[in-house]
Design a binder for this molecule. Structure first.
Ligand code: G3P
Length: 214
């Protein structure tokens, strides 16, 4: 499973990219708006930091507008992936854009049936929202597992991005459920590296080493 970071904050991306663990970046309108910066400028800067797929979402709600926006945003940078909502309009736009060789990430997926339709439209990526399903009392990871099984059985090339990841446990569960990618917020990546026994072990190694030097 590859790791993407789910943020539009370039400082966060730069810090985690230095660990050598990042394969891509996802953004959404909420994350870009939070930065208070120009959309194009942010996406271009992100593409300079991470050499991998960078999802940029469309803001149009109709199919024609989404297709137009998708074509425009693809010109921003070769690594841009067009993020489209899992609506009838979004699925239609996905089929058109993928038909033109423009890779799409169908987002806001909350059921395996929605994921199937995105894959049938030729989506390069599909993003089930694990945390938001858990919030609503469902088992979000089950959708990831079902999609992984379905895509395997039927040979779909669509890659599953486990999204709306809220905890380090979600990250490992996504890998075990068969997600190809997990897109993870900065705070969860930071938490995932921590373990009190690592700190404790390091401290005792240091103490023992120093004691032996005297
Ligand atoms: O990748 C989708 C993600 O940004 C949504 O996360 O925590 O707002 O459900 P969240």
């Amino acid at each position: 499973m590859e790791l993407y970071i789910d943020t539009a904050n370039v400082d966060e991306i730069r810090e985690i990219a230095q660990w050598g663990v990042l394969s891509g970046v996802t953004t959404n309108p909420t994350l870009v708006a939070r930065e208070g910066r120009d959309f194009l400028e942010v996406i271009k800067e992100i593409c300079e930091i991470v050499d991998g797929p960078v999802s940029a979402e469309v803001l149009s709600e109709d199919m024609e507008g989404m297709v137009k926006e998708g074509r425009e945003k693809k010109n921003w940078h070769e690594n841009v992936i067009i993020k489209l909502p899992c609506t009838a309009e979004g699925i239609g736009a996905c089929a058109v854009l993928e038909g033109e060789g423009i890779p799409c990430n169908v987002t806001l997926v909350f059921s395996a049936g929605q994921g199937f339709l995105a894959a049938s439209a030729g989506a390069t990526f599909v993003s089930p929202f694990v945390g938001r399903l858990d919030d609503a009392g469902s088992n979000g990871m089950q959708v990831v597992e079902d999609l992984a099984e379905m895509f395997e059985i039927h040979g779909f090339r669509t890659r599953i991005i486990a999204a709306s990841i809220r905890t380090p446990n979600h990250l490992t569960e996504a890998a075990l459920a068969g997600a190809h990618i997990a897109t993870v917020p900065y705070s969860v990546i930071k938490k995932s590296i921590l373990h009190p026994l690592t700190d404790k072990g390091l401290e005792s190694f240091k103490k023992d080493w120093e004691a032996a030097q005297n």
